[in-house]
Design a binder for this molecule. Structure first.
Ligand code: PXL
Length: 281
C-alpha cells in the first residue's frame, strides 16, 4: 500500500485540513500518516477559535521516524501556521523526499482575494520559496497572486494572463503547477495544470457552483495527492479532484439547513471510490 505524510493543522470542527485529508486519502486506498502543525478548536473563519501551536513537537516526531527508517511515497504539506514551520518543511523534504517520493505543496493561505487570519505578504513570500522544493504546487488565484507579489485579479482576465501566471509560478522552482478557481464566465470554473518540463498546459472546466465553501481546497489537494500516488496523470488527478469537490458541494446544497463552514464530502465518498476504477488508469 502507498503511504503519504500530510502536514497541516487539525481544526477540531470545520471540515478542513486533517479532518478531510485523513478520510479522503484513506478512502482512496492510500495510507495517510499525519504531522499536525497546530490544534485549533475550529478553522479560522469562526470567531474566537483557539490555536495551539505544535511547532516544537515537529523535529522530535520526524527524528523518531528517521530512527525507525519510515519512508513515504508522497509528502503533502497544507496549512502551515508560522515561518518556523515553513523552515521545518525544508528538513522534512530533505530527509523524506528524493527518489520517487512526490512532494506536493498546497500553499494554503487565503481565498477570494484575501489571506486567512494571521497571514501576511511576507508569509506568502516565504511560502513561495518553499514551492521551489515541490514537484507539484496547488495554489488558488489568491495564493498565486500573493506568492508572486502581484495584484489579485478577480475576473475579466484572459487565457494568456492565466498561461503567463502558471509559467511564473513554475519559475518559483516547482515542476508542476495546478492553479484552481479560474473562470472566464459565470457558468464554468476551471483548473489549469502546467508541466514545466513538457511545457504542456491542460484546462479542465466544470460547472460553477452557486456558493463556495471552506475546506474545498484541502479536499481538492487531498484527492490530487491520493491520485498522484496511485499513478494517475496530473490531468486525470485534477479532473478527479475537481469532480469530487463538485459532488461534495452538490451534496451539501441538497440539504436546506447545510453547514456554512464546510462541505458534506462524506456523502460524496462513494462517488470518489467508484471513480477509482481501472478506467482512470
Ligand atoms: O481550508 C483551509 C484552512 C486550513 N486550516 C485552517 C483554516 C483554513 C481556512 O480557513 O482556517 C486553520
Amino acid at each position: 500500500m502507498k503511504r503519504i505524510i500530510t502536514v497541516q493543522d487539525i481544526s477540531c470542527v470545520g471540515k478542513c485540513s486533517l479532518t478531510v485529508a485523513l478520510p479522503v486519502i484513506s478512502a482512496m486506498g492510500v495510507e495517510a500518516c499525519v504531522l499536525p502543525t497546530a490544534v485549533l478548536s475550529t478553522h479560522t473563519a469562526f470567531k474566537g477559535f483557539t490555536f495551539h501551536d505544535l511547532t516544537s513537537d515537529i523535529s522530535a516526531i520526524t527524528s523518531h521516524w528517521k530512527q525507525e527508517k519510515i519512508s513515504f511515497d508522497a509528502i503533502y504539506t497544507g496549512y502551515l501556521g508560522s515561518f518556523e514551520q515553513i523552515d521545518l518543511m525544508y528538513d522534512l523534504i530533505k530527509d523524506f523526499g528524493g527518489g520517487s517520493t512526490h512532494v506536493i505543496v498546497d500553499p494554503c493561505m487565503g481565498d477570494n482575494g484575501s489571506l486567512y487570519s494571521g497571514f501576511t505578504q511576507d508569509f506568502a513570500a516565504a511560502m513561495a520559496k518553499l514551492c521551489s522544493k515541490a514537484e507539484v504546487i496547488v495554489p488558488n488565484l489568491t495564493e498565486a497572486s500573493y506568492m508572486l507579489g502581484i495584484p489579485y485579479v478577480e475576473n475579466g482576465y484572459t487565457k494568456e494572463y492565466i498561461e503567463d501566471l502558471v509559467k511564473k509560478l513554475a519559475e518559483l522552482g516547482t515542476r508542476k503547477v495546478v492553479l484552481k478557481g479560474v473562470s472566464f464566465d459565470d457558468k464554468k470554473l476551471g483548473i489549469v495544470s502546467y508541466d514545466s518540463e513538457t511545457e504542456k498546459i491542460n484546462w479542465y472546466f466544470h460547472e460553477k457552483m452557486p456558493q463556495s465553501f471552506h475546506g474545498t481546497g484541502d479536499i481538492f489537494a487531498s484527492v490530487l495527492t491520493g491520485a498522484i500516488v496511485r499513478g494517475l496523470s496530473l490531468d486525470k488527478a485534477c479532473r478527479l479532484a475537481a469532480d469530487f469537490v463538485v459532488e461534495a458541494i452538490k451534496a451539501t446544497l441538497s440539504h436546506k439547513d447545510y453547514n456554512w463552514y464546510g462541505v458534506d464530502f462524506e456523502s460524496a465518498i462513494p462517488f470518489l471510490i467508484s471513480q477509482l476504477s481501472d478506467s482512470w488508469l
